[in-house]
Every structure is written in C-alpha cells, then in structure tokens.
Ligand binder design. Structure first.
Ligand code: MLT
Length: 208
C-alpha cells in the first residue's frame, strides 16, 4: 500500500480502544529504538513506530536540517504532511482508533511531533516531547484544540538551550495546547526521571 510508505513497526494494543503510541526516534535511530520506552510508558498501548526517511550521512531523520538546529522548513512541512498521512493510513489499515494517537518523540522525533501539533493537530490526541526544540513558527498561528503536551527537556542540554525550550512552550501555549513543562537535571540524553515523569503524566486522567 503506497500510503504506508514508511518502514515501520506496528504492535496492536492489548485491548481494543487503548491508545496507540506514535514513536518518533532521534537522529540516527530507527523504528526499534523507542520500543522499550513505550512498554515502560504505557503498557498495553498499541505502537506505531516509523523510521525517518531522510538520510544524513547514513543517519535516519524525519526531516532535513541545514546544520545543527537549523531546519529546512520546506522539507519539514512536506515531511510533516507525509507523516500525518501515514498515521491516518495506518489507522485505517491496522484498524486502531485514530482519535487516540499519542506521539512520543525524542530530539528530531520530538521536533517533528511538535510540527505535527502545529500543522496537523488533528492527528494527535496527546504528545510527549523529549528534548524538543521549536520546529517552525507557522503564520498565522494555528489553533490547537487543548491538546495535552508534556515537554521534558534538560537544563544543561548543549543542543537545546533553556530559552529555546521556553520559546517552544510559549508557542504551543499560544496556539492553545495544554503544556506541562518538566525540567531534568540532564543534557540531551534521556535519564530515568524523564520516563518516571512521563509515565505519571500519561497515567493521569485527561482533562475533560
Ligand atoms: C538532532 O540531533 O536531531 C537535533 O538536535 C534536533 C533536530 O535536528 O531535529
């Protein structure tokens, strides 16, 4: 099927109606990377884990960048649309509930998840963004319908500065998302506290 054009791993949820985690790996990762994380974050959830199609010196990514932290915005828009269409097609193909898709992204994966929120918010029910940056600033600002978003970033991240995180949170809030910001005493790599906090956040009742 042409629309399922991403290499991906799919695992159905343990029970019908459970959410599906859309796992989005970091630069140089693949569709296997975040599987252990998913099992810890929300046991029993379904998993849809695509591999980024862009290759940067052999490393898979979800969109092109011109240099560290400088994104090719045209490519980002195209890849965001392509990923959104893939999720929609996968929901139909695998028969999971497309209204209960939760993005879990790390670094480059968190950035395309942020872009999905800003450009195709209907795709995501909630999002967990680890070490995320501002992907792009759409004009006019879209209206994200109260989507809960957890941003879990590191205070001493050499790639994502504190101001960058603050800009991202302000942008998502201005668009209407319900953002919870969690700071970790960490750099760009995930630490155990990221998982603990994200698990708690995912287990909390959703705002009605
Ligand atoms: C990365 O290494 O992936 C960057 O920090 C984030 C990005 O390029 O999207």
């Amino acid at each position: 099927m042409a629309a399922l054009s991403f290499v991906h791993h799919y695992q159905p949820a343990a029970s019908p109606g459970a959410p599906t985690l859309l796992l989005l790996h970091g630069t140089g990762g693949n569709e296997q990377d975040l599987l252990p994380l998913a099992a810890e974050l929300l046991p029993g959830a379904g998993v849809l884990s695509p591999r980024g199609k862009v290759l940067e010196q052999g490393m898979a990514r979800f969109f092109r960048r011109l240099s560290e932290g400088v994104f090719d915005l045209e490519d980002l828009r195209l890849r965001t649309a392509e990923l959104a269409d893939f999720v929609t097609a996968a929901a139909e193909h695998f028969q999971f509930d497309r209204t209960r898709v939760i993005a879990v992204g790390f670094s480059n994966g968190a950035n395309i998840a942020g872009s999905l929120l800003l450009l195709r918010s209907e795709i995501l029910h909630r999002a967990v963004l680890f070490r995320a940056m501002v992907p792009l600033v759409p004009a006019p600002l879209p209206s994200i319908p109260r989507t809960p978003v957890l941003v879990s970033n590191g205070r001493v991240d050499p790639i994502v500065q504190v101001e960058e995180t603050e800009r991202l949170v302000a942008l998502l809030r201005a668009a209407g998302a319900e953002v919870t910001l969690v700071w970790q005493q960490a750099g760009h790599q995930l630490v155990q506290a990221d998982l603990v906090r994200a698990r708690e956040w995912l287990a909390a009742p959703e705002p009605s």
